[in-house]
Ligand binder design. Sequence first.
Ligand code: NAI
Ligand code: MG
Length: 357
Amino acid sequence: MRVALLPGDGIGPEVVAEARRVLDAVTGGALAFDEALIGGAAIDATGTALPDDTTDACRRADAVLLGAVGGPKWDDPLSPVRPEQGLLAIRRALGLFANLRPVAPFPALADASPLKPERLAGVDLLVVRELTGGIYFGVKGTYGQPGRERARDVCSYTTEEIERIVRVGAEMARARRGRLTSVDKANVLETSRLWRRVATRVVAAEFPDVSLEHVLVDACAMHLVTNPARFDVIVTENMFGDILTDEAAVLAGSIGVLPSASLGAPNGVGQTRMGLYEPIHGSAPDLAGRGVANPVGTILSAALLLRHSLGLEREARLVERAVAEALADGARTADLGGSLSTREMTDAVMGRLEVRT
Ligand code: NAI
Ligand code: MG
């Protein structure tokens, strides 16, 4: 099994190196790694944010682990090449359409969450966001006389786009607690009415063991702060998902501990899919090169990689449990009020891995 590593910029290389050590340890060295350039690092070396060599390395791999891209050095708004173009291009090249953001706040970090501990208890949810359609990618334009313009962004979805993302949501629900919440705005949007019909049909026909509910996006936004424990898997379209994932992320308290995955079509091996895995945080230029960044978001992204692209569920759980235990035992980087370095935090996680492997 082969994993492409795209460290990227800022703290990216520091956290990816640590997650690689964890992957090595938990698989007993069974993975082959290919490291390639993306983002600002790639622009500096080759003039483009996604060199062909990088795309090739990702296509050869079963999964991709990415750090982060971007930083002040490449922020010139006039420059035609920008680091985040690399991310968009690799997602497109790999056909990734499902963004997964699990949120399961660690009890040990409850202090850092804006929610009361009793509201956080039992929260373990997964948002599945459609990544390739909707209003972000529809026809758009600004028309008319200066000073009196009209602008528009068209939201459009096909049956096929809805089917494939609902299947991802339902598969995830099946592997978890069997509850799928489809979020839309079917009281006003035509795309949402199609979304609701397709979701109802796909789940009834292919996932009779999964229970499906429909929730309007505004109500969902409320439930996420008043009763987040009610959710198992949430599946939704691109823009609703963009907003709800950021809302859900703050429940965990720290941006440094949350993973994400972007998945494509099934790859023919069991339930696994090609995927790109990355922490939700950015390149944190303020911390870069100091060895103090929190590696947990990237380590948990590596756990998702084991689960969703390599089919190594047991190893994924070992990593997740080791992280939870390290945090419960008080291991903390500076963002969580502690003093461990990036490497020491990883050592704390790996120490809890070895006990069980
Ligand atoms: P950021 O996530 O890099 O940083 C926000 C704050 O969180 C900073 O105070 C940072 O020090 C802290 N932080 C982030 N990750 C951390 C970690 N692992 N451990 C401890 N503290 C951490 O977001 P920001 O500052 O808005 O963006 C910085 C650069 O990253 C920009 O160039 C931006 O474009 C890029 N970016 C890249 C993303 C990606 O590659 N997917 C996502 C978000 C931003
Ligand atoms: Mg966002």
